[in-house]
Design a protein around this ligand. Structure first.
Ligand code: SAM
Length: 219
């Protein structure tokens, strides 16, 4: 089994200090959304985020990168053959367990709506199956469930994926587009860089998945 944890993901609802912002309230009304469960999204809220968190607008509010990663990973041969488990850990210490059989909406807007619903209910159930399950847990507690954790980071020791892949491995990928992990993962786990440039989280995810497919003889 390949486990992928997306860590310190920039996936959250509008933070408390921004909820009374008149522009955001208008946006929520216009889109018929409850401001308490609306996702922070820098694609639409860049200048507002910059006002509340100067210098952070490129990092905060990136549900889009989680969406692309999930679309790519869930459609992989590895997932379809039942050998992939995905966990999203958010920067506010929520963990989302993804049922490998979930079919995500193909439109980003509908994905946003689904995740907002998850933040409201903590669980998305369809025909008796839990598709998405959300609970409180910090990143180190989540990682302690796995025997062999490898942190992926452009600042890690350079290595080839085929040298570090093994059965029942857990790869940690950062769920942010800028900066580093907020959690101090480097103290406990070894980190590796798989390429001499910074990659997107979905391309790193896909490299890990295809390498594991080769390792398992699925390719
Ligand atoms: C888009 S990057 C943002 C990276 C961030 N600037 C940093 O310094 O970690 C998000 C995540 O992708 C993974 N990543 C990106 N490039 C990588 C590389 N060359 N080697 C290993 N992991 C990489 C890491 O897990 C990283 O936390």
């Amino acid at each position: 089994m390949l486990n992928i944890v997306i860590g310190d993901a920039e996936l959250e609802t509008i933070p408390d200090e921004m909820r009374n912002d008149p522009v955001l309230r208008r946006m929520a009304n216009k889109n018929k959304k409850d401001i308490n469960y609306m996702l922070l999204d820098s694609n639409y809220m860049h200048s507002i985020i910059e006002r509340y968190y100067p210098g952070k607008s490129n990092r905060f509010g990136r549900p889009d990168i989680i969406y692309i990663f999930l679309e790519v990973a869930l459609e992989s041969i590895l997932n379809k053959s039942g050998n992939l488990r995905i966990f999203i850990h958010t920067k506010r210490n929520k963990v989302i367990e993804i049922n490998p059989e979930v079919r995500l909406p193909k439109s980003y807007n509908r994905f946003q709506g689904l995740i907002e619903d998850l933040f409201r209910k903590n669980r998305i159930v369809y025909n008796g199956n839990t598709l998405l399950d959300m609970y409180d847990m910090d990143l180190l507690s989540l990682l302690s469930r796995f025997n062999n954790v490898i942190v992926l980071s452009p600042h890690g020791e350079k290595n080839r994926l085929n040298n570090i892949i093994s059965d029942d491995v857990c790869f940690l990928i950062g769920g942010f587009s800028e900066g580093d992990y907020i959690t101090d993962v480097y103290k406990k786990y070894k980190s590796y860089s798989i390429f001499n440039e910074e990659l997107t989280i979905w391309s790193v995810g896909m490299e890990v998945i295809t390498e594991y497919e080769r390792f398992k003889g699925l390719l």
